[in-house]
Design a protein around this ligand. Sequence first.
Ligand code: PXG
Length: 441
Amino acid sequence: MALDRTSVPNDLSAFWMPFTANRQFKQEPRMLVSAKDMRYRTADGREVLDGTAGLWCCNAGHARPKIVQAIQEQVGVLDYAPAFQMGHPLAFELANRVRDLAPEPFEHVFFANSGSEAVDTALKIALAYHRAKGHGERTRLIGRERGYHGVGFGGISVGGIVNNRKVFGSMLTGVDHLPHTHLAENAFTRGQPEHGANLADELERIVALHGPETVAAVIVEPMAGSTGVLLPPKGYLERLREITAKHGILLIFDEVITGFGRLGSAFAAEHFGVMPDMITCAKGLTNGVIPMGAVLATADIHDAFMTGLEHMIELFHGYTYSGNPVASAAGIATLETYKEEGLFERAAELAPYWEDAIHSLKGLPHVIDIRNMGLIGAIELEPIAGQPTKRAFQAFLDAYEKGCMIRTTGDIIALSPPLIIEKSHIDELFGTLSDVLKALD
Ligand code: PXG
């Protein structure tokens, strides 16, 4: 019997859904059955405008021909090849293309299958790098409050989203956190906020507390996405770079969201003009179609491992699916689509229109802050007293009913549309959101 891809099974109980209110969902399921370009189609036959590029990942939009074709062809030629002690051409080809796209110091690419795995990989490389250089005492890792680095134990340890951490035990030891950069005085700033660069100086205090020679790496999102779009204050990233460099500490930018055009350039490192030592990425690497993540490393980091006997494995780390052939094919076709359609430039060009559109919601009921950069935006709502998250969740449900998919985290609405978005879609999205906000309790 052919698999029915569009009608909803009667029994929804087996699938334990990730990051979802399972009981609420299963009472009133929101099922997406197909997608094309900017729109999803729902099981009840409605079209929904994608205001979030799936989960910040479908940067080229949905069902793009080149990507679909590349996957279909590759799966019939080489479906899987062992990833350890064996290779296949496309993984090398994709790594070359990612290197060519990345800012100059990044010469090597380690493949994982998600952002979480990319983060764990980068943290492990940082520790092993110091050890390879004879500094095995550098074991501490520093993240930031409100940071999101996926859900592996490494990622939640350096992460700073309380609900993602608090019920999961003691996590990694030897981890400390910078303060987050969300300051009320920056409310309604367009682009990078003026205030808060000094928060980077907290790194000096944390480093002094532990002794600089014990710190391996600092990991931050150059723009914190998942927590509700917190932009780096002007001068902040520069200061982090200065302090880490001064103390021989590696700086990792987690670009799982900002990578591949979100801010109008390939990577946020380039956009902000601050170069870390490693970059983690995922999502837009394959347009979200086949899971894949990666760590970009400088020659200095990579070469530190290339010592010892040549028949010996240099880094005891990797995944069954590192550089999977079908994912690699999807990655290559995705990067070609970005380039052929000039999508990163398009994001930069549309950013001012996007900025004006999102800031036009200022003054609507419950709106206490609006933030934006590139094709990213957030609208922060005043929480209902005693019922945090409820107001934004209601906005999410109402927007879905009215034909727009948005994301909410806490009482913040986050938006990150595919980079193929047209001005008419931007008008539609913010028109709908405006109606939703006006009708909210
Ligand atoms: N780092 C960052 C900066 C991320 O944003 C991850 C790591 C983990 O990636 P994986 O592929 O393991 O999920 C992420 C993921 C949201 C949302 O709505 C954000 C993410 C994932 C799902 C939802 O904000 N970010």
